[in-house]
Design a binder for this molecule. Sequence first.
Ligand code: 3H9
Length: 695
Amino acid sequence: MSFITLEMHGDIAVLSVDNPPVNALSHGVREGLLRHVIAADEDQDVSAIVIICAGRTFIAGADIKEFGKPIEEPYLPDVVTRIEACDTPVIAAIHGTALGGGLEVALACHYRIGTSSSFVGLPEVHLGLLPGASGTQRLPRLVGPAMALDVMLIGRPIPASDAHRMGVLDKLSANDDLLADALSFVPECIAMGPRRIRDFPMPDYPDEIFDAARKKISKNARGQLAPWKIIDCVEVATKTSFDDGLKKEREYFLECMASPQSAGLRHAFLANRQVSKVPGITKDTPQRKLSSAAVIGAGTMGAGIAYNCLAAGMDVTLLDNNDDGLARGRKTVEGLFAGGVERGKISVADRDAGLQRFSTSQDYSDIADVDIVIEAVFESMEIKKAVFSELDKTIKQGAILATNTSTLSIDEIAAVTSRSQDVIGLHFFSPAHIMRLLEIVRGKATADDVIASSLAFAKRLKKFGVVVGNCNGFVGNRMLYNYGRENQFLLLEGAAPEFIDKTMFDWGMAMGPNAVGDLAGLDVGYKVRQERDDLPTDPGFYRIADMLAEMGRFGQKTGKGMYLYEKGSRTPTPDPEVAAMISGEAARLGIEQRDIDPDEIIERCIYGLIVEGARILEEGIAIRSSDIDVVWMNGYGFPAFRGGPMHYADSIGLGKVYAAVCELQERFGATFWEPPKLLKELAESGRKFSDVGTY
Ligand code: 3H9
């Protein structure tokens, strides 16, 4: 297959890259590009070379799927070096997104023209990498080291107008015909001749930028390698020759590429995209029209979901059975819009339009014609069944009836309706307008078009929709149970809440488990446990959480939970009363308290997750191991640079994980630590979780 086509326009050679979907620089593209550039440059009859792309975008970067495997020559740094060395002027014509290696190719060209809707950027940091094809050396020479640092450390795509102002784009294409505009730009470029960024003098910059950048990332990029190396590369660019800078960049790029962090982040990137591929659901699966929604329950979650749907352009009615609740719900929605405007996320016009599409009601007949209902009432089977019976009676046929339950059986809820094919779980995470995870729980009768529509709905809400099977807690909360269980046992065994939290935070979790419990509300988990009759009888099982909830210490909302909170503050302060309560309870249960090493805390909490993840995979509740990772990275603050619990287990090696779980079983018994069959099988056959359905 040819990835590059050559078309002559008079004496101008137009090289068109065609490697769908995003023209990534896979081996064939690099090879073809280099070959054609050399041929055109050596052809005396060619006056200029234009590099343009077919399809939806300019080159979006190196091919992430090739990373981690031996890379075949020609290497990208050599390709860009040769492009810049051309005696014939080379012009990049950019549409869509010129990202990473794509922008590096463009920076090696002598001139750049972009459509006004295009974006450029160096987002490698999000993959645990640095721009490794001269971006760290060329960009500082073009825009100055301070701006270059911002571009590379933030990694966000820059709109064409800004890129033009910064000098990254020399010209904006005013109309839809980029090629025509590029061709008419050529005579100007020929007149100016090849212009090589490598020869640009380094613009002036304040000395302190490197210290300032390092200070900033030590706070924001906990434990990550790539941001540090990006700063080092830019500093090198200011101190040495271009060629020496390139050598350093290559060395650091390969170091980052070999790091487990980059492997984790690359896995996260691909896993987040793989998740929407559901066996049996194709682009031909019909979808239901979803333009109006009703949300039942005007609590924080319900109002958050309503706002989410409004921001996505839907008509939304928030329904609750009491005036106060509705007034509070409306206030929450209005507050979220106001916050959106304040942070520049939403325009005033969009806020006004959103609020126009918003209504509240206490009457089911007002929502009879909506396309989708999302129930977000209290987590009680009895209440949910009552709501669904009412929905079944009142809502038009063909509407999707969704429950936001976080644990309860979709099938049991669906059974009270006469249309279980229309019932699905849509499990949002709090705060609903921020968290990017949506667990889509299919019941045994849920229709394919309802699943397809839910996946499209997730995309519309800018979320990762993960289709999972029906079981208690689904994927996320079912695994959380094990994680929380180990946290609770560790408390009784002598690890202080703040010590556990610091250990898990330092390891990379967004928050420690005890701070999370206080944030979510200890009453929530308590009530869920009260509804279950299948819980282990171990007297230490969630003992401390139960005691706190029974004391009315629900967490942040009551000013006390595992920690104390000053009025209006979310900062947890350790409470000696809780410490005494824990040691008293440990003594009562005959548990000897001891010093516990951080490694043991990490192992027990994380292996608890992995063990349950393995069972979930074994039972087919998750389609593939990477879906479990998507749930944990996007819904539970699992660090993306570790790639999610299943990828993390794979990276340790399942042989080691299995051996450790067997040891834990010996120490703590089989109730909690019996190794899952799948883990044993994979470990013994030298395979990985990712071998069980992967991208
Ligand atoms: C780099 O360049 C290193 C160099 O500095 C040095 C090298 C020596 N490779 O996101 P979407 C696939 S590092 C392979 O859903 P959108 C993606 O998996 C790279 N595949 O679409 C998906 O596949 P599928 C720096 C890629 O419209 C499909 O394309 N560049 C790549 O929402 C559609 O993706 C980046 O980090 C890739 N580079 O967003 C840019 N990119 O259909 C990464 C995408 O099978 N990419 N795919 O599921 C993006 O940010 C977005 O994909 C983009 C399009 C904005 C381009």
